[in-house]
Structures are given as structure tokens and as C-alpha cells.
Design a binder for this molecule. Sequence first.
Ligand code: FMN
Length: 340
Amino acid sequence: MGLSDRKKDHVRLTIDDRSAYSYDAGFSAYRFRHNALPELDIDEIDTTATLLNRAFSFPLFISSMTGGYSGAARVNEIIARVCEQENIPFGVGSQRAILDDSSAATTFSIARKTAPGAFIAGNIGGAQLIGGLSHEKLSLLIDSISANAIIVHLNPLQELMQPEGDRNFRGIFDGIAKLVEDSPVPVLVKETGAGINAEVAQKLLSVGVQVIDIAGAGGTSWARVENLRSDDSRKYAAFDNWGLPTVDCLVELHALGIAKNKIIASGGIRSPLDVVKALCLGAGFAAIAQPVIQTVIKDGEQGLVELVRTWKNSIRYAMLLLGAARLDSLSAGHLVKLYP
Ligand SMILES: Cc1cc2nc3c(=O)[nH]c(=O)nc-3n(C[C@H](O)[C@H](O)[C@H](O)COP(=O)(O)O)c2cc1C
């Protein structure tokens, strides 16, 4: 199966509830410490969030998803327009297709054409960096969308589950270190739903990666997605729930002292209150994929505008109910852990 058919299949399967982990990302283990006397006016609540020195209207990143086949252009166009209008950042899906065939670039470049002022991140797999990415290839990725940043995705679980996936993961770290040296824009690293533990995060930050997007377990299970695509979906079903839940990753990274502005929490963020809990637990930003693609496919652009506005407002309401006028005052003290 070709790369573009695979990307099309991914959209079809990730909007199917069967592609979710059978446990949540860990947010249900926490309740908020409601403040009945907040002494705040809702108009004072400031949801402004900073990522890579740029201010956004609230801390929600639309995760890397698609590109490389004709239907993807429409999805990227919708996401781009909404993100520019609502002033939130987003990433396009893996741009690997451009490296093989430069005509695939239009399904990504539509994002920049639609949203000239938006923050748009490019995306490439760690495996594509083994041995180093040439300057020419790096320019293709960045120039196709005038990228503000480049995201490297790590996905060994997903690759192993794909019959046609990569099997060699040696050399990815050196490839990332070289990319950091060569790239004119900041480099971020994300998983795709199995999580980034504290040691891996620290190693990546030590070579100049600027932000880690946890992309932990509890949301979209890429083992399940790939198993659903396979002829024998039960063969590697033992891995369907493999991964470190998002909250476990967050707690590990926070305990190691990794600063909030270096952490994006994602993987199984399914409500604006999950965003607030993630910020209390040490993230500076949160990101979502599945809720966005599901909304775009079902309810189109207007549906996505509504989702984004409702999440922003809900975060404001939650901040008021916690007595927090600014995001940087959110802390673990605003939560109660239900069980150890
Ligand atoms: C349809 C779809 C396509 C995706 N494609 C990519 C991709 O090309 N590159 C990438 O880094 N992550 C990709 N992801 C993973 C997401 O960016 C995200 O890390 C993961 O789905 C976990 O977030 P969620 O639980 O909110 O879905 C994709 C996710 C979805 C739903």
C-alpha cells in the first residue's frame, strides 16, 4: 500500500472509536479543588499562552495530522483557516511524501496559502533523519509551508505494527541532533500516542530540541489503528494498549524539573478540562488530534470553529472556578488526586 493510501486510511480509522486506548490518559484520576470565592471578574481571566516566544489566544495546539493525498488539502485548508482566525498554532502531517515526490507539496502548502500569518509546524518522521537529512530536503519541508518550526515524530510502536513499517531505529537521535544544528527554525519532538518518558525528553532537550510534545497513551492508539488496517487484526493485539499514559509522562517530566514552556501535553486530551489539568500538572500547552479530525469530517469548518471557541471559553470558566486569573498560576495545588 502506498503512502497516500495509508494517510487516507489513517483518517478513516482514527475517527472510529475502536482506535482508542481502552484506558484514559490519566486525567480522570484528578478532580479540581473548586474555589467558591474566586473574587475575580470573568473579563479579568487571561488565557493568553506563549509557545516558542509567540503569544496565542489560549494553550491549544492542533496536532500534526495529514497531507500527501488529495482529500488532505481540504482538511489542511480548514484547520489552517480556523487556526489563523482563532490565533492558535498547528502542525501539518508527515511531509515525507514531499521528499519522494515534490508534487505532493500542494496538499501542505495550501495551509500557508490559506493562513499567511499562522504558526505552522512542519513534520517528519525520526526514521527519515537516520544518516542525516540533506539541506535540500530540509529546505523542501520548510519552504513548502514557510514553516515556523519543524516537528520530528517518534513512532517505533506504530512502525512495528505496520507490515510495511520501518524496523531500524538506530541513528534517529544523531539525526535529530544534526537537524537541530542545520534547521533555521526551532525543532520540536513528539510521539504519536505512546508517550515520551523523562529520560528521553532530557536527552532530546540536551541537544537543543526546544519543545517536547508528550503525545502519550490514552487517546488514539496507533497500534490499534495499524492492527485494524491489517488482514489479521488480532496478530499483534497484545500491543493495542502499549504506551505510557500522558499524565504519567507529565508527572515524570515535571519531577525532573523540565520547564513548563518546554512541554506540550497531548495524547487523549478529550475535554477543555483535560487541558487545564495538564497545565496544573506541568505542561505549558496542550494539543489534540482525534477530536479535530472527527469534528472536521463530521461538522466541517464551522464545527471546528465552535469546538475551538467552546474549549477556550471552558478553559476561562475553569480558571475562574479555580481562582486563577492567569495560566502561569495554575499548579498541582488546584487538583485533588483521587487515588495513589
Ligand atoms: C488522522 C491522524 C493522522 C496523524 N498523522 C500524523 C502525522 O503525520 N505525524 C505525526 O507526528 N502525528 C500524526 N498523528 C498523531 C497525532 O499528531 C497525535 O500525536 C496522536 O493522535 C495523539 O493525539 P490524540 O489522542 O489527540 O489523537 C495523526 C493523528 C491522526 C488522528
